[in-house]
Write a protein that binds this ligand. Structure first.
Ligand SMILES: [Zn+2]
Length: 79
């Protein structure tokens, strides 16, 4: 799951633009490009999913964090 590096959260990310790269004969999607913006802190980044090699390339302050089923780590604490 994509997270904002600054907010450490996916909650505020919005896809502002996305497009795909297709093979020359247009029968296959090779890559998916997504432009995301965090509405909380204004960070912008791009995510490129390469469907052939099944890799995800991130830039601009996006991080890929494994989705956790439940536990939300509390930062700071406080009584
Ligand atoms: Zn953010």
């Amino acid at each position: 799951m994509l997270c904002c590096e600054h907010c450490q959260s996916p909650k505020h990310l919005r896809i502002t633009k996305s497009h795909t790269t297709v093979s020359n004969d247009h029968t296959q999607v090779l890559k998916i490009h997504e432009y995301l913006k965090c509405r909380e802190c204004g960070l912008e980044g791009t995510a490129t999913a390469d469907l052939e090699s099944e890799t995800l390339d991130l830039s601009g302050g996006l991080v890929d964090s494994p989705e956790r089923p439940r536990a939300t780590p509390r930062v700071g604490g406080g009584a």
